[in-house]
Ligand binder design. Structure first.
Ligand code: SF4
Length: 349
């Protein structure tokens, strides 16, 4: 199979087997209909570091509540951060709002249609710019995510390990990108990686590229792509302070814009460091140590967050959120884990 023969085989497969995704206009629904760039952008930002299964519900909730980029641009920051809670990588949510507002203010609510212009928007890196240009505007951009890297490594039996092999894999993906239906081609490679050329057990017998796949021929497909050994993640320690007033209100703070979980609602905590943290209670109180610890893994470290609890009188002043306004689902996952543990302990008191 020559390079120019890959895409027709892949597109024929995609026309029959494309995944149905809420942000996608599938090959059978096309009839001249283009995907909504707002949907493509929103889904691609949500999918960074996150699975389709985890994103689908969030995507539906966002587009029901904010059906256009103009509606999202006009949204209240706290509402968007709360709606994003649980998806992780919260800088994405802050950039989402910045980007929506820039598209509204500088582009009259229309996403630009070239990779270069898309790259100038907040939170849009090379991958996302290429994905939007290809999927929403049918530009022959080279879209390379983890699925595409895996398919390329196997098709061309690239044995150099990731991440060093990235430029080679991208060059292979670029060489295969067609001028005809480049958006569908990009989605077809991703779908192939997600459903057939899967990480552990590639279903080579069902693969439209099987006859041309060097990794398959050499019997090494399942071992590719190779990866350089990862450095172990350090462990950081911190203390979270959870206080509930007698009227049911909780002491919560909005975290600073910059830094981890920036702009999200959370419990006051100490710094998170590799040595035992200095206690930093947010207010004088009879803080009680329930000997409970939250464990959570971020991209670059594991966190061990021990808890301190306090029951306070109903008239205690401070940044309390009334029981009727408090929704645990507005908290990022690590803070929700702390809440789940603390609630059990406080209810036993
Ligand atoms: S033949 Fe197998 S290894 Fe090669 S691309 Fe298809 S599924 Fe992946």
């Amino acid at each position: 199979m020559r390079d120019e023969d890959f895409s027709p085989a892949l597109l024929a497969w995609y026309d029959e087997h494309a995944r149905e995704l809420p942000w996608r206009v599938g090959p059978n629904e096309r009839g001249g209909q283009r995907p909504d760039p707002y949907f493509v952008w929103l889904s691609e930002v949500m999918l960074q570091q996150t699975t389709v299964a985890a994103v689908t519900g969030y995507f539906r909730a966002f587009t029901e509540r904010w059906p256009t980029v103009m509606a999202l641009a006009a949204a209240n920051d706290a509402d968007v951060m709360a709606a994003w809670a649980g998806l992780g990588y919260y800088a994405r949510a802050r950039n989402l709002l910045k980007c929506a507002r820039m598209v509204a203010a500088d582009h009259a609510g229309r996403f630009p249609d070239t990779e270069a212009e898309l790259l100038s928007l907040p939170g849009i890196g090379p991958y996302t710019a290429a994905a939007i240009a290809a999927i929403a505007f049918d530009r022959p951009a080279t879209v390379v995510d983890g699925n595409v890297e895996r398919v390329m490594a196997r098709l061309f039996a690239v044995e150099a390990p990731l991440p060093a092999a990235k430029p080679t894999l991208k060059a292979h993906a670029a060489a295969l990108t067609p001028v005809h239906r480049p958006g569908d081609h990009a989605q077809a490679v991703m779908d192939l990686g997600a459903t057939i050329c899967t990480p552990r057990n590639p279903a080579c017998g069902l693969c439209p590229l099987g006859p041309a796949c060097t990794g398959r021929k050499r019997g090494i497909a399942a071992d590719l792509p190779r990866k350089s050994p990862k450095k172990p993640k350090p462990v950081r320690h911190g203390i979270a302070y959870l206080a509930r007033r007698a009227d049911g209100a909780w002491l919560l703070e909005t975290r600073p814009e910059k830094g981890l979980l920036g702009g999200m609602l959370g419990w006051p905590t100490t710094d998170w460091s590799e040595v035992a943290p200095d206690p930093a209670p947010p207010m004088p109180a009879a803080w009680h140590d329930p000997l409970l610890e939250v464990r959570h893994t971020f991209t670059h470290f594991h966190l061990r967050l021990s808890l301190r609890l306090a029951s306070l009188p109903a008239d205690m002043p401070g940044p309390f959120v009334a029981a009727k306004d408090f929704r645990p689902s507005d908290l990022p996952t690590v803070m929700r884990k702390a809440f789940d543990l603390a609630q059990g302990a406080l209810n036993q008191d």
